[in-house]
Design a binder for this molecule. Sequence first.
Ligand code: ZN
Length: 292
Amino acid sequence: MTRTAAILARIRTAATAATAVFCLCLAAAPSLAAAQEDGGYLAKIDEDLAGLNSEELEELLVFVAGNALFTLYHEGGHMLVSELGLPVLAQEEDAVDNLATVTMLAADSDDMDLLLTNAMIGWFLIAGDDGEDVTFYDQHDLDPQRGYRMLCLMVGADERAFLDVAQELGLPEERVETCSQDYEQVSASWETATEPYLREDDPPAGKIEVRHEPAPDGLSSLALFLKESALMEDVAAELDTLYELPENVTFRATSCDEENAFWDPDMREVILCHELLGAFAGIYLDVLKDAD
Ligand SMILES: [Zn+2]
């Protein structure tokens, strides 16, 4: 998949563009300071990123990009289930996590593997942040379960690429041995379910529109990064190329007062909240702080 091959190069270029905004933000320090008082940690993200060296910034943006990509494929999965009327034989949240994972694995590139690894590790870091707050009746599995299910599919698809990280995260040898079956079953199930809706033409059908709306205070550098890295455009173009969608849909980055992303079936929109990118950045800022 050539579109994903240059993705890290684009992320690095986008990081440079975003750095220019960090400088502007520092120049506008008085209003930023005012915003911090009522906006919580998200209002400080631009300033926090401006304080990183280029290596830390790149690491953080790869983490944000990997988690944003996974989120977009996950919400894109909800969109496909809803728009194509696909059967879902277990919890939908698990099914679309699986789709996001096998789609990113299908790129079969080192860059995408790195982004996927960052998204997988994200679940363990979020779990660490949540502490003991465990909800057993949630629509989603527990965060570490989501992380381990992704990791199992990853090592099941490509042991050479992911065995080291599986061992580091304590995935036992006997589980690793069964992961290739999990991977085969998940990818074959998704292929069977979506087969009637696959397109034959190469160029995108033009059914998915991408919109970037302004970010709240403190998140403008990440909003610019999202735009410059064209992550949302990549996912939209891929789904628009692969599947025959019955209606037009929109992928929209916007400000929503919560750290979230969702598929809105009434408006036919995948919404990626700027606040969620801020939350991913916040998680990695803590990792960098702990490393000091
Ligand atoms: Zn979901």
